[in-house]
Design a binder for this molecule. Sequence first.
Ligand code: GLU
Ligand code: ZN
Length: 491
Amino acid sequence: MTVRTRVAPSPTGDPHVGTAYMALFNWVFAKSQGGSFILRIEDTDAARSTRESEDMIIDSLRWLGIEYDEGPYLGGPHGPYRQSERLKIYAQYAGQLLDDGHAFHCFCTQQRLDEVRAARRAEGLNPGYDGHCIGLDADEVARRIDTGEASVVRMRVPEQGSCTFRDELRGEIEIPYSQIDMQVLMKADGYPTYHLAVVVDDHLMGITHVLRGEEWISSVPKHKLLYDYFGWPMPVLVHLPLLRNPDSSKLSKRKNPTSVNYYRAMGFLPEALTNYLGMMGWSMPDEREIFSLEDMVKAFELKRISLGGPIFDMEKLSWLNGQYLRGLDDEAFIDRVADWAMNRDNLARLLPLVKERTERFSELLPQVDYLLGERPALSAEQFEIQGLDVDKVREILFFTSSDFDRVRHWQRDELLRICQINADRLDLKLRDFLKPLFVAVSGRDVSLPLFDSMAFVGSDITRIRIREALSAVGLSKKLAKRLEKAYQRYS
Ligand code: GLU
Ligand code: ZN
């Protein structure tokens, strides 16, 4: 058997280190077995998926040295590799499940589903679907579809018994069917849900081993039922532990930079980042900490994966990166600095910001230091701004940060629009509203244009800097709660 693995990210934002982590393990495992690694783009959430995000994912994997053997742009024998381009395939398989009585049309409105959920919860039942539409006869279904009534396709789930399956790292797992909802497989817009698409694609793409995050364990019964309904063998399942913040919570962008772009912009080397990710829940047989991708491929064994939640610790990563940097010879070091930021592309992006403001080259670096590197640490005094009391400053930083966490297209005009709305809401002139943000982003009160700066450094860095500004000003738990409530009301 030729091993085939895949990573299946959803292109809905910055390329996540969690995606890089899954990609790394799938790639390393495939290569250690002489197999292939596939990239599949799960863009079935039409409203949130963007090509921009897909391109960033592909670019970040390439930067990390994790090359896929089949996938978007490159193609391959089992394409297309974007789920949005495979809608006909899912419709065909959903049709087969309907014909065989393993799935049914459901016409329930959102309102009815909400009521059912609330009622079931009140009864102490699992808050799932109640099977209302299972018994509709075929003529009625056809008639209602003909009249244009919206419907989804749901899968049938046995009422009794439980599902038993094997996870390579955990052994046998048993989940009672009473905990499994009659999952929607096809949405009213003709798009499949993850559950149908993942099973159909893993099968058609010949995936032999699925390495993915442990948050998917609870979905396996749905998948196993579908494999059984179709009469297909199930791939080997390996659920990897999730990366965690130093406080053991799940790695999230509210606490840690999670975008690969951030690490790249801050001057981490791709080989240090893959080395570090390789240490997350896995170790070399000789426990050595510094190892290359090739070393990892040579030594890789699934059974060396440990299940304790690995802590993604920036300080440790920085230390490791330092080891790599000092290991470069002088020529290589110079080349890598140029690759990082001192290259024509990057300078071309900076030029429009500085050209009009510069009389001598010697003025260039001091103007752009906070764009290329770290900005100076912040102090509370820097936020003593005339005409703005400190609580206003806190509100500005808090609301902007909350809104920025949700921005999908990180572009200067969009950021400006958000700030204008917030300034109006707080009854401030835009000029005044922006003052604390200037300090947060650049570390000083006069800098290059703010929105261009934020666009240049990108979403992760901007958001981290605003959060750091909030902690420099000081935000008590109590006030944070109050602001969070106020924000919920506005948004
Ligand atoms: N799109 C899912 C994710 O990014 C894929 C899960 C899977 O690998 O099955 O987590
Ligand atoms: Zn229904």
